[in-house]
Design a protein around this ligand. Sequence first.
Ligand code: CP3
Length: 389
Amino acid sequence: MSTLHPNLAAGNCSRFLRACLRQPVDRTPVWFLRQAGRYMPEYRAVRSRHSLLDICRTPELAAEVTITAAERLGVDAAIIFADLLLPLTPMGLDFEFVADEGPRIHAPIRSASQAHALRTDRTGDLTYVARAIEKVAAHFALKGTGSSSPAGQDVMKGMGFSPSIGPASSKGALAPQGNQDQLGIIGFCGAPFTLASYMIEGGSSRNYIETKKMMYGDSFAWPILMQKLVTVLAEYAAQQVAAGADVIQVFDSWVGALSVSDYRQYALAPTTDLVARIRALGVPVIYFGVDTASLLPAMSETGADILGLDWRTPLDQAWRALNHSVAVQGNLDPIALFAPPEILHARVAEVLAAAAGRPGHIFNLGHGIVPNTPVDAVLAVVQQIKNSK
Ligand code: CP3
């Protein structure tokens, strides 16, 4: 008999969390990568008065943006408003977001001595994210549709959750299905490879030349960098879980730049370490990357509970390649949200058909919502999912 996630046992019956654990659900849960972003007028209004980093670093603002997006869309999970790059600051790397360019890291890492100099003792500076999660958890708890409170998390840990969670077998004990309308709260962090790529390239990249040069060429710098990132990211994730995050999503957005053998040699071990440390906190891990069709089986070796799928591989094919041994999240092409309503409807139906009602599917996009996406199209997708019981 499989072990129930203590959050479920303690009464969190959210369909989002149930699907993460491959439990049966009353309908497919849905949320959207980058659901709080520039496509949404409510976000743009806040953004017109505050910089991106100010929003991230002010718990009241980050919580407001998180809650507004989740409630406006009527989705099943709220992802905390933050950014992948926030941990760079306490590690000692300054960066800024430059309009029309993206992130710019002022002194990118190019040597082992620079990697050595990165600090792992100031992760406490990131607790503004945890404070924002507490506010989100308190908001949804007050509304009675919320997720586990920080107190609930203590209950979870007190129950000695072990990372042996798995799906309920058809004969296994199931939590009462109850009201599944509670929202899941998703915390997140970057994966070691993707964060390292920003630290080394100094920003977004097309070919990851500097990253791969360090990976292949410096047998000192790369392992130090990976190890320092895992230390910081695990502590950062722990702060978020203690604050009320039900699940942690690990973004390895640019891992598709790696061949399978390079992934195995340079990224799999540190990512596995990070996933294990997060799962030991008592929460499931969603592991997401883009352009990952050939990497999926190796990515599942990290022990992640849910794999995020990009839109290039049909969901049924990707899930089969994983032997259905994990839950999956995805995988509508975000640009399908610009299609005429009947085409969008058909594409959403295709994703649902590929999942075939199998326990462990969370509907999402294959990557983030882009600016100028019509909000009505996003709302139509949510309605379609809700109608498709
Ligand atoms: O609801 C949400 O999901 C928003 C929260 C969120 C942000 N960044 C805020 C943000 C999340 C989950 C992220 C993660 C993130 N940040 C990733 C991984 C996710 C992915 O899409 O694969 C990455 C690669 C970053 C780094 C980053 N942040 C870049 C490359 C950029 C600039 C590119 C762009 O889209 O403009 C950002 C800026 C950023 N982070 C924005 C938002 C809403 C948009 C810019 C703004 O509001 O000024």
